[in-house]
Design a protein around this ligand. Sequence first.
Ligand SMILES: Cc1cc2nc3c(=O)[nH]c(=O)nc-3n(C[C@H](O)[C@H](O)[C@H](O)COP(=O)(O)OP(=O)(O)OC[C@H]3O[C@@H](n4cnc5c(N)ncnc54)[C@H](O)[C@@H]3O)c2cc1C
Length: 245
Amino acid sequence: MRLSWYPATLVERRAETPTVATLVLRVPGWPGHLPGQHVDVRLTAEDGYSTQRSYSLAAPDHGAVLEITVQALGDGEVSPFLVEGLVVGDPVELRGPVGGWFVWSPVSVAGLVDRVLLVAGGSGVVPLMAMVRARHEAGSTVPMRLVYSVRTPADVIYADELDRLAKEDDGLEVLLVHTREAPPGSGRPAGRLSADELATLAWPPADDVRAYVCGPTAFVDAAAAGLVRAGYHDAAIRTERFGGE
Ligand SMILES: Cc1cc2nc3c(=O)[nH]c(=O)nc-3n(C[C@H](O)[C@H](O)[C@H](O)COP(=O)(O)OP(=O)(O)OC[C@H]3O[C@@H](n4cnc5c(N)ncnc54)[C@H](O)[C@@H]3O)c2cc1C
């Protein structure tokens, strides 16, 4: 099916971390989406120069109001503008929803997948957060475990919400892995998530577990390989690569 471009307007910006913001966009006529899908965002300058990038949808389907969460990359062309330059009321164009494989819905898989493992590197948490929120909004009891690799405590996107949801809901576990700076009192020194450590944080492989892995390409490749080494079947692992190092 050919996807359409939709005119959209920025209606709210929420700072998530010093370099990450959530943009709330009103998109009249939006056809709806599933957690895990993404959109293409197109910006067009007054001189006609146009460029586009992909961004995951951060929330489940709420009609004409969409959320994306963008990390500003220092040398990036588009992301610093989206995080700091776009003003409430500004127009952008959106195309989507894109992607039919990297999706999870509490409705469509009920009875088929009994446990959901989410593995995020940095902004890769965005589509996984749509799954966490969808599960919560549906009142689903499907066990969900998020293993989330971040550089420092200040870089945790959705920190308060994840903390609150994990405290309220025994079925949701959030395991943070800090790569550059660990929080005070943490028993784990800062360092990258190794395959061995991932094997201890993930559930042991089983027929009822499906894993979703998302983040920069190198992170996704390493984490997916780690899960395979731990005994996961390829078919039980779904991946989304954001690009970059
Ligand atoms: C399916 C999909 C979903 C995505 N969802 C999100 C999302 O929810 N939030 C988000 O912030 N980004 C997301 N991205 C990445 C996004 O599309 C852009 O690539 C990113 O914002 C950089 O764009 P830029 O114009 O600022 O940088 P560019 O000017 O295009 O690139 C600048 C430099 O950054 C490097 N780079 C590009 N992407 C990354 C990355 N992800 N990590 C590290 N380095 C990188 C490039 O290799 C280049 O060296 C997604 C990408 C894909 C393919």
